[in-house]
Structure formats: C-alpha cells, structure tokens
Design a protein around this ligand. Sequence first.
Ligand code: DX5
Ligand code: ZN
Length: 214
Amino acid sequence: MITICPSILSADFSRLAEEIQDVDCCGADCIHLDLMDGHFVPNLTFGVPIIKALRKCTELPFDAHLMVEHPETYITDLAKAGVQYVTVHQEACIHLDRVLQQIGEAGMKCGVALNPATPVSTLSCVAPYVDMILIMSVNPGFGGQKFIPYALDKILEAKDLLAACGNTNAVIEVDGGVNKDTVQSVKDAGATFLVAGSAVFGANDRKAAIASLR
Ligand code: DX5
Ligand code: ZN
C-alpha cells in the first residue's frame, strides 16, 4: 500500500491550516513536517508550537522529519503535540540507538533518515528496531530539487537490510524530487511512503497530482 505524504515545505506558509485541509480533502494519507534548525541544514522552518497549532486542522497522521542537531531534545514535545512518526537523521545522532528508544517510549513510530552520501550499511545495527528508513533523494534543506538517481539503489539496499534482519513491519520512505517522472522508479524499488512537496502543493490540481503519485 502506498502512503502519500505531502510536505508542507512547499505550501503557502501564510495559510498553513487551509493548505493542510486542502491536501487532506485531495486524498493525502499523512502530513510530512520538515523541521529545520539552520544548523544541520542551511535553512530554518518551524518547530513544535506550530505543529501543535496545526494538529487541530486534520486527523491525518503527522510525519515529522527532523533536520536538526540534537533531535533528542524535541521528542517529548513532539509526542505531546500529537505527532505519529518521528524521523531523525543518522548524521545528527551520536547516540542513535538511544534516540530511537526514546521515540518508541514516547509512543511514536521511529524512523532514521540518511543523507544521499550516507550508506545504508550505517543502519545495520539498528535495522531490527526501526519503524521506518527514510532515504533522502536530494540533499536536505530545500524543496523543488532534482531527484538523485542513486537513491534508488539505496532503497533496494534498505529493503534487503530490513528483510535480512526479519523486520517485516518497517517501511521505506523516500523524500526529495518525487514527482510524476520519478515516482514509478521509487515504487518499483520498494518505497511505500512517498513524500512530495512541490509535486503536490505546486500542482494546479492537487487531487489529480496525489492520485497520479499513488
Ligand atoms: C527537503 C525536505 C523535503 C522537501 C521535498 O529537505 O525534506 O521533505 O519538502 O520537496 P520536493 O518534493 O519538492 O523535493
Ligand atoms: Zn522531508
């Protein structure tokens, strides 16, 4: 089953509640929230207070992608704000095992994201314990970038890694440059959670855009 996760990074930030309600009505399955701190990535977005405010406008699950240093400091507050999935970057976590445990103990699903240049093998120890592996198919920080083709090999490797350790429940998410031209290849490789920012929020017909990604 395919889960379409529009990223509000490409939404109109002056009308976030309406934008989320619109993609909810247009068939989105989940809302992807890109937290950026201006340190881990060269861009700054929003934090927990805004997520808490947005929680009121939809019942869709919230998928928080933490592009921040020290992600462990946000976990308790993200749980209180009503987030379902929390994904931290492997590159941002010295104590990745501990952070994943904290996310689970807070009652949320835990994911690990890999920058394009970070090998899938860095997850070999934690693979049995993750709910999601997020393969970045652009360098994180901005919407509207071009899909990096070698991410497809990494999706296949992540699928093999999860299968090898018997973690059949975990899903593979792909984020960056997913659009009508690239979507089939990411699905063929085995990703089931598809993040799309510009391909959904930038479309004239968002319902058709979501349907075509699915
Ligand atoms: C980039 C973010 C993405 C971004 C994707 O760092 O993690 O979620 O919104 O945007 P598109 O789909 O336009 O590449
Ligand atoms: Zn993202």
